[in-house]
Write a protein of this length. Structure first.
Lengths: 338, 338
DNA sequence: TTGAAAGCGATACCAG
DNA sequence: CTGGTATCGCTTTCAA
């Protein structure tokens, strides 16, 4: 039922190869012939069969992206990665296949092994990630979003989370704060060795240490109870806390709520800096100063690196986006001693 | 480099057809032969070439999902659709190809026309959606999430937004409220005739009318300023408002913030019911009563319908999930007259 | 229970 | 500038 290339050829009165060359542009075609062929293609609504094509070409024009584990649409950041990649891919006429991390290594093997995709983007890579050696060994184009402990030669792009954490502390310290807490991701994020979480935390804690600020931190679940607990924990460690670095996009609004409940005004009693997507910090009350997490940019970048690899280029194996601070209403000088 | 079927055959000392039959199970194979073949497959790490396979089979085992326009990961609901579909698909060994709505009808045509995918799921269908007639005409398996004005025979799944809107009003009215406002989606959502937005709104407004409640509503942008404006607008229309139906997941936290700013306590001064994903309402302070938007379930359902169509079944062309109310802390009796 | 061989739909080399 | 045809990797009929 679907028209095939031979049908087009017949209708246009040319040979199949000619039609193929009109399609690919790999050989000069007379104006007249091209017109007839294109006319026939339109008339029949012909589309080259992707599968048939992929067997002779060495490519499918499809790339795969591996979603993070347990992903039920929780995190905005992850979504932004995905959307940025789809859009970048579609803009270049490529298609995106989504894989879930649950089946992990096996699924990656499947889609690249069966030549379904030309390359793979893996997000949420962990410090010791079994997918990393796999990707290294299959030797097909692959890009990591995130930095494993040992990336080998694998191309990876990342945000400099350590610098981001340090920058937050530095900002608050510069405002005069000498008692700063770090409110981080959920405990199990650290447990599974998510690089971004570990690096942001140590970036912050190291900077605290370097500046003589007592290093205080707590993980936090993104629920009212979890946040309340984390904040209590932080104050327990240092009752003089006058500033918080929050790296937990989901918990951020709850942190504001909780501080309000505790009658700590932001920024009057407590200053805040977050590491999170910029539009998210901007929308809060008060708008929160942040080190913006450039998720969309990272996604776009990851795609570009992958496209480069597929095209046979040799992109830089490491790219680290530098943090930038956006000052908003949530930071101020520490309150006078009570 | 990648092992091919013939390589397996050679190594196992059998003919290619035998290998193929071992793979497909379409013909009895002696235990001994099967063992040798499977051994060879494992040894060579052989995976059948998906493209080559798709040209003889009538299927690719891949389905496409069309993302909404302008989607930058804004909406949780949309994400949940996507994740639900990927997971459902992966669980059945199928793969998901993501398309963006920007390239619209053309891209759908491309991927199904070129036999890249066995079927398509379209989300965020609008009342008059050009993709609907297209899908109807190509006659390939397709499922809509959402209900266009004229779905024809197209299989679609949806949440009963009209009933949801009505249920919210009913709940508040039953609590004693006689002045209820509806705070909806952004103005342009209505402008582009998003079915869910229009139906939820008219469900609510009709129910208000039926109960003698003055029908009051306002669209709202999901920003502090937008929400402030919408709330002012609502009070301008009816200063006696004691309850709000909020159908705007992104604005919901901002509504709470704004009411707090205006010194209206929830639920003391103002009752609230939201239409939004349940976990989102649950996480607020106070936890918000809601009519849960079953995004994940809709996504799963959409996939199942599509899988049915691909398998040659004839699933019901319409499926409407019924709303359900979750009572939480944000609803109470109206305050005594001031 | 197995093998030989004819395709599937498009591409690209070899000729002209 | 164009045509014939081998070929890609797998499936499936036909034959044994």
């Amino acid at each position: 039922m679907a028209a095939r290339l031979v049908d087009v050829a017949r209708l246009a009165g040319v040979s199949p190869s000619t039609v193929s060359y009109v399609l690919s542009g790999n050989r000069p075609i007379s104006e007249e012939t091209r017109r007839r062929v294109e006319q026939s293609i339109a008339e029949l609504g012909f589309r080259p069969h992707a599968g048939a094509r992929s067997i002779r070409r060495q490519a499918t024009n499809v790339i795969a992206m591996v979603l993070p584990m347990l992903s039920d649409g929780q995190s905005r950041v992850q979504m932004q990665f995905v959307f940025a990649v789809v859009h970048a891919a579609r803009a270049k006429g490529m298609n995106l296949l989504l894989l879930t991390a649950e089946d992990g290594v096996a699924e990656i093997n499947n889609v690249v092994g069966s030549a379904m995709v030309d390359g793979v983007i893996v997000m949420e890579v962990q410090l010791h990630d079994p997918r990393v050696p796999l990707l290294a060994s299959i030797g097909r184009p692959a890009v990591l979003i995130g930095t494993p402990e040992d990336p080998g030669d694998l191309v990876h792009v990342d945000f400099d989370f350590a610098a981001a954490g340090a920058m937050c502390v530095q900002h608050l310290h510069d405002l005069g704060h000498r008692h700063i807490g770090f409110l981080g991701q959920s405990a199990d994020t650290y447990a599974r060795e998510a690089g971004y979480a570990l690096r942001a935390r140590s970036g912050a804690l190291d900077e605290m240490a370097a500046r003589g600020v007592p290093p205080v931190w707590s993980p936090a679940e993104a629920s009212p109870a979890g946040v309340a607990e984390a904040i209590e924990d932080l104050f327990g460690q240092d009752p003089e806390l006058s500033a918080l670095v929050v790296y937990n996009e989901q918990a951020l609004p709850l942190v504001l709520d909780r501080l309000a409940q505790l009658d700590r005004r932001v920024p009057g009693d407590m200053s805040l800096v977050a590491i999170c997507p910029d539009d998210q910090a901007e929308r809060l009350l008060p708008a929160v100063s942040d080190v913006a997490l450039p998720a969309a940019e990272l996604g776009r970048l990851a795609f570009e690196r992958l496209a480069g690899l597929i095209a046979g280029e040799t992109p830089p194996s490491t790219t680290l986006l530098e943090p930038q601070l956006n000052r908003r209403g949530s930071g101020g000088p520490p309150p006078p001693r009570r």
